[in-house]
Ligand binder design. Structure first.
Ligand code: FNR
Length: 376
């Protein structure tokens, strides 16, 4: 269907579900165990109410914001997600193309299905990328990747993912991984230039499980941060923090660590882990100084502009979408991701104008009521 006919992210997911092969669907859709965390990730936004102000000029609305000193057209990042070409041949480069038009940021996964060089090849001068690392048991492999990343001007920071030292138990992925075709190689990409992502075409324990094969489960504050800082001068962002204690610990590691992503990996790691909003509320309560020391980003369960605005009001500098970007890609390649971003942009603007706020910086806790969320 024409992408303009799709009015919200649920409708895009519905189309993508019909179009992608079963293996891609199962890998993207899956979450751990009983998927409690995946479900809470979105439901939590229902328990946060908005407090709109009236009698305010809301003719204009400006979504521009900054991340680590870089200007964004909207406070949104596409979260690192492996294997975009499993869903559509446009792959991660297609996501990059869509982000370019909106000034959205993209974090490239360690397990992307295209090389970082291919993904940033047509980057505009002001386009912002991060690169996500799963530190490998064979550290030399990670060091070689970091050396490549350090040379790419478009990549502005390194994201180290910490919430999945081992993969969660994703039964849908395990069940469906043998079905459906392997990721197609887009035309124009020679075999030799393919990414070094593990081959998941015969992933009998699930795509997720085979991608995790070389990931190092022994990471620690003491050992891993100095190792990483030795191999890159780029700012470091820690992903997958889920408690105020860990947010506070991260704030002790400035200046190398410049940001944290509150995330439960889209419910794909530990089931019953809290949604990022709960962690945001904890940080506000127990160690609000973290917001002065680090930039805080959140992802998980974002489906509406109101979800984005609520997270920004609670102190997030940017908000991430994981599956939503993959469903956009699956529904219509580059155009599908564009449609996803357009809907989120339009909905966020409408929400802000109805709240009586013209700029992202103008959003704050005075625009939300978290009483229901705090009782949970
Ligand atoms: C992910 N996620 C993820 N995170 C990461 O740090 N490295 C990775 O390679 C991946 N891979 C990945 C694949 C797929 C298919 C999904 C759905 C997710 C987690 C991702 O970055 C993000 O935290 C969640 O996807 C956010 O939740 P939503 O938006 O999918 O609900």
């Amino acid at each position: 269907p024409p992408m303009e006919n799709l009015l919200n992210l649920d409708e895009i997911e519905e189309v993508a579900t019909k179009q992608v092969n079963k293996k891609a669907w199962a890998y993207y859709w899956s979450a751990s165990d009983d998927k409690f965390s995946k479900q809470f990730n979105n439901e939590v936004y229902r328990s946060i109410l908005l407090r709109p102000r009236v009698f305010r000029d809301c003719e204009r609305c400006d979504l521009t914001s900054t991340v680590l000193g870089h200007k964004l057209g909207m406070p949104i990042y596409v979260a690192p997600a492996a294997m975009a070409r499993l869903g559509h041949p446009d792959g991660e480069a297609g996501i990059a193309e869509a982000c370019r038009g909106f000034g959205a940021m993209q974090i490239i996964s360690n397990n992307a299905s295209m090389t970082p060089e291919q993904i940033v090849k047509d980057a505009s001068p002001d386009q912002v990328f991060g690169w996500q690392l799963y530190a490998q048991i064979d550290r030399k492999k990670s060091e070689a990747m970091l050396a490549r990343i350090n040379k790419l001007n478009a990549i502005k920071f390194i994201v180290l993912t910490l919430d999945a030292p081992v993969p969660g138990k994703r039964e849908d992925d395990e069940r469906n991984s043998m079905e459906g075709a392997a990721a197609p190689v887009p035309s124009g990409i020679k075999e030799a230039e393919k990414s070094d992502t593990p081959d998941v075409s015969q992933a009998s324990g699930g795509v997720g499980r085979s991608l995790f094969a070389g990931t190092d489960p022994t990471l620690t504050w003491r050992e891993t941060l100095p190792w990483l800082a030795k191999h890159t001068d780029l700012p470091i962002v820690l992903k997958g923090l889920q408690t105020h204690e860990d947010a506070y610990l991260a704030s002790l590691h400035t200046p190398q660590v410049k940001g944290i992503i509150l995330s439960n990996h889209g419910g794909r790691a530990l089931d019953s882990a809290p949604p990022a909003v709960h962690t945001l509320l904890e940080i506000r309560k127990y160690c609000p100084e973290v917001f002065d020391k680090l930039e805080v980003y959140v992802d998980g369960g974002i489906r509406r502009g109101t979800d984005i605005v609520k997270a920004l009001c609670l102190g997030a500098k940017a908000v991430g979408i994981g599956r939503a970007a993959l469903w956009g890609l699956g529904a219509g390649g580059v155009d599908g991701v564009r449609r996803t971003l357009q809907i989120l942009s339009d909905e966020s603007k409408t929400c802000m104008r109805l709240l009586g706020v013209e700029t992202v910086d103008g959003l704050g806790p005075e625009y939300i009521n978290t009483r229901m969320a705090e009782q949970q």
